[in-house]
Each structure stands twice: as C-alpha cells, then as structure tokens.
Write a protein that binds this ligand. Structure first.
Ligand code: NPG
Length: 368
C-alpha cells in the first residue's frame, strides 16, 4: 500500500458545554485531521493533540509541524508493507506520539478496509458492543456536580468519572457518595497532586472508587509507586504511559493497578496493542480513554476497546455528549446498559461528512 498524498486540516468545533479539568477550561476544540490518499481512496485520521501544552507537550501546532516537516516526507510515495514499515520510518522522530498516531490509525483503517474487515475485527477485537462511561468536568458548585451526574445517569451512562483538583476533591466525592452510594465512580486528577498529598488522597479510600486516575505528574512512575503503597484506591495511569516500555516499568514498580490506553497518546494501535498485552500478562485491566474526539477518533477508540483486556468501561461517550452534530455518519449513540455498538462496516466503519468538515475547517494544506 502506498500513501500518495495527505491533506492536513484543523477544524474549529464548539463543545456543547465548556469542559473544565485541572488544566483549565475548554470551550472550543480544534481537531487536527489527516486525509490520506491511499489505494485510490480517502482515509481519515484524527490527532488528539490539544490547543496548548497542558496534557502533553504536543499541541495542534507542533503536530502540524511534525507531520508536515518529518512524518509525511518519510512515508509519502513509499510502498509500505504494513504498520511495521510505518513505525520503522517514524522511529527516528523522537516522541510526538499524537502526530504519529493519526497517521498510524488512518493507515491501519485503510489496511482493514483493504482486507474487507471492520477495524475492530482487523485489530483482533472480541465484542460487538463496548461499555462506556462518562467524564464530568470540574463544576462551580456541588449542586451543579450532582445535577450533572443525575443527567448523565438518566441518559444511561453506568460509570461516572469526575475530574478533581486540590480544593475540589474529598468533599465533592463525599457529596456524590452520599447521594449515590452504589454507582460505579472514579476520579481523575490529571497530575494535580504531589506525593506530599498522600495522606490527603488516602481520605478518598473510604468512597470505594473504582480507581484514582493520574494523581501525580506525568512520567513519574517512582512516586506513583510510593503513593500506591500509601492508598488503597487503585491508581490508574494515563499521561504517565506513553509507550509499552512505560507500561512495563509501571507494572514492575507497582506504580498502578489499571492502565488507561488512548491510542492517540501512545502512537497508535500497534503500541496500544503492546501495552494491552503487557497489562494482560500482568493481570492488570485496561480501558480506553478519550480526548474529546470527533467521530473519527471515537471510531478508533471503539475499535480498540473491543480487545479482550479492555475490561473496564471507557471514556467513549456518545457523539452527543460533546457535539451538536458529529462529523461522521452515523454518529455514535448510547444503547441500553451504557454501551456503544461497534461499527460493522469495513475499515473505520463510519462515513465522514465532508461537507460539514469543509464548513468547520479553519486551516488546510495538501502535502504530496
Ligand atoms: O470523553 O473524550 C472524553 C473526555 C474524557 O476526561 C476526558 N479526557 O484527562 O483523560 C483526560 C481528559 C482529557 C480531555 C484530556 C481532553 C485532554 C484533553
């Protein structure tokens, strides 16, 4: 298979509601999309990089530059025997997994289409529905938090994740537990704490959280291991796991009991699969995270979450959790029991609404 050309675009999309994390508030999302011209067809991919370097050092701007300057020149016009070939050509570029991932995932979807298989089946998936949860940003008041949770539960979500930060943690979780003693609940700190906060974080133990996600800075496996020895709540790592090597070392150190895999964060499906396998061998469950993706990235997440060791509900909400209108058809919808159906069409499995994408595009360039 040969990639003949790639169009890079940035869209501007308004979120239905502002999303607040310990990094700040987000009202608009600027997804970077790639459209590969491959095998005589268009194949879309989505980069999960954010607008600023908060979650990761990568941004929409750096992804654009790395794609245009390094990754695309390395692959365009070459005969690529498979994903291994792509990974080999990308290897000299250090890091920049988000930029790499959008190409790797689009290329993999093209391979699936070529093999006449839905992406999930092509990856080795074993289910036709994936369990999903919902992520709730930091709210102005506890009442608003409880209202927001009530609304999501009414929609059918079965697992609630709430964002926490110093000043918005123990009391917020306590209020939720008082109202909802039995719901499946977890908290995500997005690196907002330090090891010195261990005693404070141990106060969360009494709320039977499914897990506490990324309490300490990204990359800090040693301190996460020390923290895990001081709290009972299972630690889940997200930002800290950028590769299979990180996953292996995290498990060796006892830095976590759960791993959040985002294919967009780790460089694509192949690396996700390696992390999945390392976790499975270590008896550690994984789940699929989300990065406010459009339907393109969402389709990739859904496909990945069909692998066997994705044993916990992911942040793979329905399209209408974030968007008035998704850029894919059909959009992802929530089914009974808080699940999302896995597309059965070949390849990515959803059709991109190019007219809508055109209207939302704020920047585009063709690279040949
Ligand atoms: O449902 O797509 C979703 C969002 C889930 O909370 C979510 N993502 O830290 O995992 C995270 C967080 C995030 C969103 C991080 C956007 C960075 C950007």
């Amino acid at each position: 298979m040969k990639i003949d050309a790639v169009e890079i675009r940035v869209l501007k999309m308004r979120l239905l509601a502002p999303f607040r994390t310990s990094f700040g508030v987000q009202q608009d999302r600027y997804p970077l999309l790639v459209r590969l011209e491959i095998d005589g067809r268009s194949q879309w991919g989505e980069c999960v990089a954010g607008e600023g370097p908060w979650y990761s050092y990568e941004t929409v701007e750096t992804a654009w530059q790395i794609l245009k300057g390094y990754l695309l020149p390395a692959v365009i016009g070459r005969e690529l025997s498979g994903v291994d070939a792509l990974e080999t050509l990308f290897a000299p570029v250090r890091g920049h997994h988000m930029a790499k991932a959008c190409l790797e995932m689009a290329f993999t979807a093209a391979l699936a289409e070529h093999a006449r298989k839905p992406l999930a089946k092509f990856l080795g998936g074993v289910r036709d529905r994936v369990e999903t949860g919902v992520s709730i940003g930091i709210q102005a008041t506890t009442d608003e938090l409880l209202e927001s949770i009530a609304a999501r539960l009414a929609e059918g979500y079965r697992r609630i994740k709430v964002k926490i930060e110093p000043g918005w943690d123990v009391q917020a979780i306590e209020a939720i537990r008082e109202r909802y003693p039995e719901i499946t609940l977890m908290a995500d700190a997005n690196s907002a704490y330090e090891l010195d906060d261990a005693a404070h974080l141990a106060q969360l133990d009494r709320f039977r959280l499914l897990m506490l996600e990324q309490p300490l800075p990204a990359g800090d496996l040693v301190d996460h291991a020390a923290l895990q020895r001081q709290i009972r709540t299972p630690i889940c790592l997200d930002e800290s796991i950028e590769s299979a090597r990180d996953a292996r070392q995290a498990l060796q150190l006892g830095a976590c009991q759960v791993i959040n895999i985002k294919p967009g964060r780790v460089g694509g499906f192949a690396e996700s699969r390696r992390i999945h396998d390392i976790a499975a061998n270590g008896g550690v469950p994984v789940w699929c995270g989300g990065m406010l993706e459009t339907g393109i990235g969402r389709a990739c997440n859904v496909a990945l979450a069909t692998l066997p060791n994705f044993r916990l509900p992911g942040d793979i909400s329905a399209s209408d959790r974030y968007w008035a209108q998704d850029i894919v058809e059909p959009p992802f919808v929530l089914h009974k029991g808080g699940t999302i159906a896995v597309p059965t069409r070949w390849g990515l499995g959803v059709r991109v609404n190019v007219e809508l994408v055109d209207r939302l595009t704020v920047r585009r360039e063709m690279v040949r």
